[in-house]
Design a protein around this ligand. Structure first.
Ligand code: C2O
Ligand code: CU
Length: 475
């Protein structure tokens, strides 16, 4: 017989009203705000199509896709009780937060997945300002594809918005990609599709902005708006164009960059960009957010409709975001050198790889659902890929020896991109996820200053599921 869950117990205790004297700490626990994972419906396809059954997050009883925006100030605590009302075990990962390992949500490495009907309390400090997101990290491909993702905004430590040369307003844009049937239902029978897994991942057929197909966003002529763009898709690389909006990039993956013009910006799955745009003064022509689905034929995915009184022009330069000041710079005098070799997939394959302690050939691997490997190991969860002493700078060489792009994500750390294909990177941007082209190499470095076990994987979630998964240890 199933043991009654803790939550069922709390519910029945609540049903008794004030008659039952609960221990003090039960009241304190009840004060934890909820993040409920639950089935729901959403109007994902354009108006006129039916609603789509989704899995969603709710903070107030109604689940939405994307999930509700969670906000806090840098250095503050976020406390949420995940309540699992799904028919499947789940966990929440707070993507990009340099978090306490126990709160990373990386099931099964940092916590057991939370079974249906049960709960888990997340409680952590978000040290760095920026644009982040949260998403399911158990059966990730299925659960994220069903809608379990939402924005997590960590506000600047010192005011930026409304300061001289900054934007006056901000807007979060969660970009997503859905694989829908004609009846606008999520295609459900292809979670184990090895064809998609060995190619570009589970690509959809409907792109949404904040869960809506082609929303109309308004801005005043001349108004400067900070867009916080998040690619929540499981596979689609979003190449975004903002013509006529004078777009300037101010942050990547939450980390400030020196402001620079960005007519287009490419976001791999899980990557974020903060971009300041300016409302066109010619109000007869609505501007648009454009997406290049891959063939260079741009499509509109959202409209920017000019509305309201024009805003007076400010200084033409954009004020940079305040720097983090919290993350140590890599010390390149004597780094620990590590390598991550990506192999497998369609058009290249691989001879074989280790999987669960056994050497398998490519056919045997595919029969186990594995088509990719990192350093000759598919889904290497038995042992760490490498271990670093806390405080050590790690120099990691990434080698993509496959015919496909990959979005490699490190948990718990941000890294500096030193070079790509052997030439030093002019920007030295700091990321938590790096998009690698086919056959590309890159050198990255980071200080392993966060103790624990940290996943490292491809954020094309079908690739992650099919072998591109490992972890490293910091102690
Ligand atoms: Cu955003 Cu391990 O993931
Ligand atoms: Cu990949």
């Amino acid at each position: 017989m199933n043991r009654p869950s803790r939550r069922a117990f709390l519910k029945s205790a609540a049903a008794l009203g004030g008659a039952l004297a609960l221990p003090r700490d039960a009241f304190a626990e009840d004060a934890i705000p909820l993040l409920r994972a639950m089935p729901g419906t959403a109007q994902i396809a354009p108006d006129g199509y039916p609603t789509t059954p989704v899995w969603s997050y709710a903070t107030d009883g109604i689940g939405t896709v994307p999930g509700p925006e969670l906000r806090l100030r840098a250095g503050e605590r976020l406390t949420r009780r995940l309540v699992n009302d799904l028919p499947q075990a789940t966990s929440v990962h707070w993507h990009g937060i340099r978090i306490d390992n126990a709160m990373d949500g990386a099931a099964p490495l940092t916590q057991a997945p939370v079974p249906p009907g049960q709960s888990f309390d997340y409680d952590f400090v978000a040290p760095d300002p920026g644009t982040y997101w949260y998403h399911s990290h158990n059966h990730s491909m299925e659960q994220v594809a069903r809608g379990l993702a939402g924005p997590l905004i960590v506000e600047d430590r010192t005011p930026w918005l409304a300061e001289e040369g900054a934007a006056t307003r901000e807007m979060t844009l969660v970009l997503d990609d859905w694989l829908l049937t004609r009846a606008a239902e999520i295609v459900e029978d292809r979670w184990d599709d090895l064809h998609a897994a060995s190619h570009g991942g589970r690509l959809g057929n409907s792109v949404t902005v904040n869960g809506t197909s082609y929303p109309e966003l308004t801005l005043r002529p001349g108004e400067r708006l900070r867009l916080r763009m998040i690619n929540a898709a499981t596979a689609r690389i979003m190449r975004i164009g903002l013509p006529g909006l004078s777009p300037r990039l101010i942050a990547l993956d939450g980390h400030p960059v020196t402001p620079r013009a960005a007519e287009t910006v490419t976001l791999g799955p899980a990557q974020r960009a903060d971009i300041v745009i300016e409302g066109p003064r010619d109000t007869d022509r609505p501007a648009a957010l454009l997406l290049d689905p891959g063939r260079g034929d741009w499509v509109d995915i959202a409209a920017f409709v000019p509305r309201g009184a024009p805003v007076e022009a400010g200084p033409s330069d954009i004020r940079p975001l305040p720097s983090w000041g919290t993350s140590p710079a890599p010390d390149m005098t004597n780094p620990q050198r590590e390598k991550l070799l990506m192999e497998g997939g369609a058009m290249r394959g691989m001879e074989g790889a280790m999987y669960q302690g056994e050497r398998l050939n490519f056919r045997e691997l595919a029969a186990s659902g594995m088509v990719w490997a990192f350093n000759g190991v598919a889904h290497g969860m038995d042992q760490p890929m490498f271990s670093a002493i806390q405080g050590q700078t790690v120099h990691l060489e990434l080698i993509n020896r496959t015919a496909w792009p990959h979005a490699i994500h490190l948990h718990g750390h941000h890294f500096t991109v030193l070079s790509r294909n052997g030439s030093s990177d002019p920007y030295r941007d700091v990321h938590d996820t790096i998009l690698m082209d086919p056959d590309e190499t890159a050198e990255i470095a980071f200080v392993a200053d966060n103790p624990g076990r940290w996943m490292i994987h491809c954020h094309m979630l079908a690739h992650q599921k099919a072998g591109m998964m490992a972890w490293f240890a910091v102690a």
